[in-house]
Design a protein around this ligand. Structure first.
Ligand SMILES: NC(=O)c1ccc[n+]([C@@H]2O[C@H](COP(=O)([O-])OP(=O)(O)OC[C@H]3O[C@@H](n4cnc5c(N)ncnc54)[C@H](OP(=O)(O)O)[C@@H]3O)[C@@H](O)[C@H]2O)c1
Length: 293
């Protein structure tokens, strides 16, 4: 397939591009800068110049492809307004690509976070949240999945809190960044809350399997580690950086504080069984050993 991808230069997207190219697909990637365009071409893909706000570029990419994978997101957690703007931009981008794909029967794979299910690991059958700071992202994903009734083979890959590669990425990466800035490897609450994780190279395989095989309107969990206690994550970060490991107030984590404080393990039993996906790369706690002081 020729696959149009947004976010193909990111931590996850660059792994997805390599996975697609290594398995007989061609890649057309959105690139918003010369550096991103060069990265795509060096990897072996073709480029459409533009950003998520450039709806004509997105429509052209979707029209020129046999399938679409969406991963771009501004990831601006600096405050509620910046986050809301990023969520709105993504929603408009998804709607534009969805319109272009309507009636084609082509795959349209988007991403979201794994949902939260109080007291247990969430499953593929649980709904994604459509309220709260990132609820708008959930509503966008629901709208994409609803395109299944309009001739689109839409699907969602739900990503755990940390998608990592070489010790970087996701919530654990944010914790490491804060530890470097603050001189303390901090965690909210008592640190027993669990976050799920996956290696980016394993997540990339699942994106390909979903693109190739998932029925319309389905959601999948790219979860390798069901849940690591946040205190254990902070402990590896502190040891690697030579910093003390301490509980810090939830407010220190800004707009993400309530999410960071929540116990939110997730299962991928259905995904593994139905799609034959089996993660094989290092776990988060192993990969964090790659952090350099
Ligand atoms: N990593 C995780 O742990 C994790 C966990 C859950 C969900 N996710 C979600 O997975 C997706 C990919 O995450 P990631 O970790 O790979 O992110 P990342 O490394 O920050 O990469 C973001 C990608 O999106 C592109 N991008 C950002 N804003 C854009 C815009 N306005 N227009 C066009 N392209 C734009 C970037 O392009 P440039 O190269 O030009 O900057 C880059 O390719 C995101 O939706 C993220 O929220 C990630």
């Amino acid at each position: 397939m020729q696959v149009f991808i947004t976010g193909g230069t990111g931590l996850i997207g660059s792994a997805v591009v390599a996975e697609l190219l290594g398995n007989g697909h061609t890649v057309l990637a959105l690139a918003r800068s010369d550096a991103s365009a060069t990265a795509v071409e060096t990897a072996g893909g073709k480029v459409i110049r533009g950003d998520l706000a450039d709806l004509d570029a997105l429509r052209a990419g979707a029209a020129d492809a046999d399938g679409v994978i969406h991963l771009a997101f501004a990831n601006d957690f600096s405050g509620p307004a910046a986050l809301a703007a990023a969520v709105a931009e993504e929603g408009a981008a998804l709607a534009a690509m969805g319109e272009e794909l309507t009636g084609t029967g082509r795959p349209f794979v988007t991403c979201s976070g794994t949902p939260y299910a109080p007291g247990r690991a969430s499953t593929e059958a649980d709904p994604v949240p459509t309220e709260g700071p990132v609820g708008g992202r959930g509503r966008s994903v629901v709208a994409v999945l609803d395109l299944a009734t309009r001739g689109v083979r839409s699907a969602a890959v739900r990503l755990p809190r940390t998608v990592h590669n070489q010790g970087r990425g996701g919530f654990a990466g944010l914790l490491a960044g804060m530890a470097r800035r603050n001189g303390v490897s901090g965690y909210p609450g008592d640190g027993t809350q669990r976050w799920p994780a996956v290696h980016a190279l394993d997540a990339a395989v699942l994106f390909r399997l979903v693109l190739e095989n998932a029925p319309a309107g389905t959601a999948w969990h790219a979860v390798a580690d069901e849940g690591d206690a946040v205190r254990d994550i902070a402990a590896v970060i502190g040891r690697r950086l030579g910093l003390p490991v301490e509980a810090v107030p939830q407010e220190s984590f800004g707009v993400l504080g309530p999410i960071f404080a929540t116990d939110q393990p997730a299962s991928s039993a259905h995904t593994r069984q139905a799609l034959g996906w089996e993660p094989s790369h290092p776990s988060l706690l192993e990969d964090l050993e790659n952090i350099q002081p």
